[in-house]
Design a protein around this ligand. Structure first.
Ligand SMILES: [Zn+2]
Length: 294
């Protein structure tokens, strides 16, 4: 088996912020574009926002499979299972949303975003695994360039080292690397997808970043960081595995951390929801820097 040499994926590890810090240093204009998007988010927060009034948006997806071993050349069925999972999660049609603690059931939000598979590319590589340095997005480093990234959401599916499940590029970054990368062992719900990351939620989480969502703890290991969203409680750091409700930090009791949110680090079977304000951020992105996707 292709996977025997790789250690089991034990807990969620996302490379988005590491990749983001590298890109901000290399592309000075990225920071300004992010700031303008934040300004628009702030402007819209002042307006009444209702998810029920959103138009349905369809994003076309290109899946770039990059494999060394035959088992990593995942099947069309596995790819389709991922698209189906995304359509459930982003439309709040995932049956397991009923497992969210009742205090948050009123905040489970339908983003009115759906996904449609447009094309699959398959590239054989000599690389044993990739990191968050975007090597998988360039032919010169054993990967493949994105297909028309302004028009399509590009997803790369490959072996990732260091226990990484995936990473994404925030809106406003360089076109040549735009999209999300997912470990082939955490993609879809069948085939090479491995428990506890076999419900397609690594892609849900990473596309959240692609549409400008931050981790719910705000990427600081104390209470000072923010995810720039008011309807997710402030919390200290990532939650892992399958936590038991309630789990308090940062004086956020009695309900505690919203660890059931797709933007935490819990297992696939423990995350169920985006909130209305997270949806608002994603939709601001789709009306702004990612307008050409639809
Ligand atoms: Zn992440």
């Amino acid at each position: 088996m292709a996977t025997q040499k790789e250690p089991r994926l034990k807990r969620r590890e996302c490379g988005t912020m590491g990749a983001h810090m590298d890109l901000l240093e290399r592309y000075p204009g990225f920071r300004g574009r992010q700031q303008r998007l934040e300004n628009e988010n702030a402007r819209r927060r002042a307006l009444a926002f209702k998810t029920a009034q959103l138009a349905l948006v369809t994003i076309k997806v290109v899946v770039n499979v990059v494999y060394k071993l035959p088992a990593q050349n995942i099947s069309d069925a596995q790819i389709n299972s991922q698209i189906k999972a995304l359509n459930q999660d982003f439309r709040a049609k995932n049956p397991d949303k009923s497992k969210a603690p009742s205090v948050w059931s009123g905040l489970v939000a339908d983003s009115q975003i759906q996904f449609q598979l447009y094309r699959v590319t398959r590239t054989q590589t000599s690389q044993t695994s990739f990191s968050h340095d975007d090597g998988v997005k360039r032919a010169s480093s054993g990967g493949i360039a994105p297909l028309t990234p302004g028009k399509y959401l590009n997803m790369w599916v490959c072996a990732l080292g260091g226990g990484l499940l995936g990473y994404a590029q925030f809106p406003g970054g360089p076109k040549t690397t735009d999209g999300v990368v997912i470990n082939y062992r955490a993609f879809g719900i069948t085939g090479t997808a491995q428990n506890p990351f076999n419900k397609g939620r690594t892609a849900t989480h990473e596309i959240g970043h692609y549409l400008n969502l931050r981790h719910i703890w705000g990427d600081t290991e104390d209470c000072s960081g923010s995810d720039l969203v008011a309807d997710t409680p402030n919390c200290a750091g990532p939650n892992y595995g399958k936590p038991t409700f309630p789990k308090a930090s940062c004086s956020n009791g009695p309900n505690g951390d919203m660890f059931v949110n797709y933007m935490d680090y819990v297992d696939d079977a423990a995350m169920f929801m985006f909130t209305p304000q997270q949806v608002a951020r994603m939709r601001t992105t789709l009306d702004g820097p990612r307008r050409s996707l639809w």
